[in-house]
Design a protein around this ligand. Structure first.
Ligand code: SAM
Length: 335
């Protein structure tokens, strides 16, 4: 998940940057939206080109400080909003035509390492996991939600085979006293016994982070609402780091893009009303060189699509497809 930084180093390393730049062509100028500003890796690379403007968003209030420095350097060419990207269509963009919108999902190294955010199973103390602009924390999820609800969250968001037994143990243990991060890791370790290559708590922590930050609806509405404000021939790019995110992005682009031509003798009409054009159905992944420089980039997958027409009510099938995941996210209404 710590996708943009070299491990054990403070050096900033934006994932798949060269590939993104070659897709969105900032050398030709234009207005770009960076939905996940983070440390500003993508934004700064775009702003190096003349005649570019960047509108950046990030839900983490800690990004405001970096954004302030960007503003001082780039003046009216740069705007920052401390907003969730599901609200991207609500930002004031004036008359600008949006040439590309980029999502770099997940968390930055500085967020994972920030003890106050408590995103990692290496954190100590109170459970938190809020990135910013949240309604509740991991503490409430683990100490208040019912056993069945926890099981569903772990099963669908973490795809953890021990979801049932872990959720049962959580409910039993929290009856004695409120659970913190170390208690939760202990419970998971006691169920899973020995650790494999990845930490025992990886999947359960992923599930809780996704739930606390409503990552499913953020991604789904982020894609839908950015499509609405993208100019015709504008490009939507998304870098994901785990299979659920990639499944959502892949389905969105594929289901709304032109059909592969079965035969060159068939008429073109069939493709005329398609929202997107896809250049490739396969994701772009980091090169060996990038993997050597930045090991955490190994799970990154970049997909992109070109918007071809303006369509209304295109989102119904997409929302339907992922309704189960959205339903599980809605369990938070019980908090
Ligand atoms: C992997 S980092 C992006 C790093 C950035 N590309 C760079 O080069 O510095 C992901 C960022 O997305 C932000 N983020 C995650 N979910 C978000 C959401 N729903 N809305 C806005 N920002 C979000 C996180 O706070 C984090 O700063």
């Amino acid at each position: 998940m710590n996708a943009t930084i070299l491990p054990n180093s403070e050096k900033h390393y934006p994932v798949l940057l060269d590939e993104i730049l070659s897709i969105i062509s900032p050398q030709n100028g234009g207005t770009f939206i960076d939905c996940t500003f983070g440390q500003g890796g993508y934004s700064s690379s775009i702003l190096k080109f003349k005649n570019t403007n960047v509108i950046a968003l990030d839900r983490d209030p800690d990004c405001k400080l970096i954004a302030k420095k960007f503003k001082e350097l780039n003046k009216e060419r740069f705007l920052f909003f401390n907003k969730k990207f599901s609200d991207v269509n609500q930002i004031k963009k004036g008359n600008s035509k949006i040439k590309a919108i980029i999502f770099d999902l997940g968390y930055s190294y500085s967020q994972i390492k920030n003890p106050n955010k408590g995103l990692s199973f290496e954190s100590k103390g109170n459970l938190n996991m809020r990135l910013g602009l949240n309604d509740f924390s991991a503490n409430e999820v683990i100490n208040k939600l019912g056993q069945k609800d926890l099981e569903l969250i772990f099963k669908y968001f973490g795809e953890d085979k021990d979801s049932k037994i872990i959720s049962k143990k959580i409910v039993r243990e929290r009856a004695k006293s409120n659970l913190n991060t170390e208690n939760l890791v202990d419970i998971i370790n006691s169920v899973k016994k020995k650790s494999g290559k990845t930490h025992n708590a990886t999947k359960i922590f992923q599930a809780i982070r996704m739930f606390v930050n409503k990552e499913i609806s953020e991604l789904i509405y982020g894609l839908i609402n950015s499509t609405k404000i993208l100019d015709i021939n504008g490009i939507l790019c998304a870098v994901s780091f785990h299979s659920i995110e990639d499944r959502i992005i892949k389905y969105y682009f594929k289901s709304l893009s032109e059909d592969k031509k079965i035969s060159r003798y068939l008429p073109e009409e069939k493709n005329r009303n398609k929202l997107f054009q896809l250049k490739s159905k396969k994701p772009i992944i980091p090169t060996q060189k990038e993997l050597t420089l930045n090991r955490p980039s190994r799970s990154a997958k970049l997909r992109y699509a070109i918007k071809k027409i303006n369509l209304v009510n295109f989102e119904k099938d997409f929302l339907n497809k992922f309704s189960k995941l959205l339903e599980i996210e809605n369990l938070s209404k019980k908090l």
